[in-house]
Design a binder for this molecule. Structure first.
Ligand SMILES: *Cc1c(COP(=O)(O)O)cnc(C)c1O
Length: 402
């Protein structure tokens, strides 16, 4: 190599990052602003701001229709929704959950002094491994909370069968799964109930928000009571309750988002296909794939990095991306069982979670959504390709200079 090498401009770690502004995972999708403003005006004119006004009623009705489910109860967020529904189902003692989930799934149980028993996942689907679930059942087990992580459904038949045989309640955390299907049926009608999140980072948002969906009339009635202080009428509480209500402005945002939902998904799908196309055949990189025979929302671009084959660890790749202002994330590293209070309560939990541990150390979530177009995705893919190409050069060099 001559001195001219010093003049070569390195794209990686150049003086300017590839993106002048940070590119985030989970930037909110926003629908028709004029329609949203009109709804805000209607809310203010009506002076009905919360307590199941017109917006909440419309949002619930539209969701229930879209999901083909009898009852939809809009909630202030999915965490409170999980707390209410597991309590309404009288779960107690131990409940089996994956550790490969957002911490709220575990917290919603622990908050009620129910023990979340962390169960391992299938390394390919990232959802609960039903054989492991069966092994985790004890006389104290009262239920299972499965998570349709990345919007890909759990083994619903397997879990339903285990729940039936062992007399357990079955709830699905469907926070990722609005608009997703399983065997041609929309997520929302499985198990005893399902819980959605409409947090700002989710594909469909209501600023903050969530919903419980169920086909069980009695459960729906109980959830409604519990989300509204147990009130059966003015001045008449008939049950213990809390405040899980969705406000009217959140519902308005939810409705407007629902109107644009198919556009959001179309955009996500374009981005997903471009990522697959540009990075799909690189050794050591594997994308979580969506089943094209089912409905999907394509909200999560999930890359699994195998350090040995890729020549670069997941964490090194994240750092390279961050240097270019691409703020990729490590969902759900290090797993709930390695966060507090669970790591203190159950310090040996990881011994039963080998797949969770491995997957959590390899996953990287790339940005997508309506704020990103083909040019931005191409740039992100170029950064990843260059980083891996450089890593390969370094290992070749090391191999030839032992
Ligand atoms: C976002 C999320 C939640 C919590 O939703 P909130 O509406 O923010 O309370 C729960 N579970 C999973 C898997 C999530 O991704």
């Amino acid at each position: 190599m001559t001195a001219t090498g010093a003049q070569t401009q390195l794209a990686l770690f150049g003086s300017q990052p590839a993106f002048p502004e940070p590119v985030h995972v989970g930037r909110p999708n926003i629908g028709d602003r004029a329609a949203l403003m009109q709804r805000f005006e209607d809310i203010l004119d009506s002076r009905w701001l919360t307590n199941r006004g017109r917006q909440v009623q419309e949002f619930e009705k539209r969701l229930a229709e879209r999901l083909g489910v009898k009852h939809c109860i809009a909630m202030c967020n999915a965490t409170i929704a999980l707390e209410i529904v597991t309590r309404a189902l009288e779960m107690k003692g131990e409940v089996i959950v994956p550790s490969m989930t957002f911490i709220a799934t575990a917290h919603a149980l622990q908050w009620q002094e129910i023990t979340p028993v962390f169960c391992d996942i299938d390394p390919d689907t990232h959802t609960l491994d039903v054989e492991r679930v069966e092994e985790m059942i004890t006389p104290r087990t009262t239920g299972i909370v499965g998570v349709h992580v990345w919007g890909r459904p759990c083994d619903i038949e397997g879990l339903t069968d285990i729940a039936k045989r062992n007399n357990l309640k079955l709830v699905f955390d469907a926070a990722h799964a609005i608009g997703c299907g399983h065997r041609g049926r929309a997520i929302g009608g499985f198990g005893d109930a399902e819980v959605f999140s409409f947090h700002a980072t989710k594909v469909l948002n209501s600023f903050e928000g969530g919903a419980v969906t169920t086909n069980d009339d009695a459960l729906a009635e109980k959830v409604r009571l519990m989300q509204n202080f147990g009130f059966a009428g003015l001045d008449n509480a008939i049950h213990i309750g809390t405040n899980g209500k969705m406000s009217e402005i959140s519902a308005a945002m939810g409705i407007v988002s629902l109107d644009s939902f198919d556009d959001f998904v179309a955009c996500n799908k374009r981005n997903y296909l471009q990522y697959l196309n540009e990075l799909g055949d690189i050794p050591g990189l594997r994308f979580v794939r969506y089943d094209e025979n089912e409905s999907n929302n394509y909200q999560y671009i999930v890359l699994q990095v195998d350090e040995e084959k890729a020549g670069l660890s997941r964490d090194a790749l994240i750092k390279v991306l961050q240097a270019e202002n691409v703020l990729a994330r490590r969902y759900f590293w290090p797993g709930c069982h390695r966060m507090q209070p669970y790591r203190s309560y159950y310090p040996h939990a990881h011994l039963l979670l080998p797949n969770t541990e491995k997957v959590a150390s390899q996953l990287l979530i790339l940005p997508t959504g309506t704020t990103l177009g083909a040019t931005e995705i191409a740039t992100i893919c170029a950064i990843v390709r260059q980083a891996l190409a450089l890593a390969a050069q370094v290992s070749q060099h090391l191999a030839s200079h032992p």
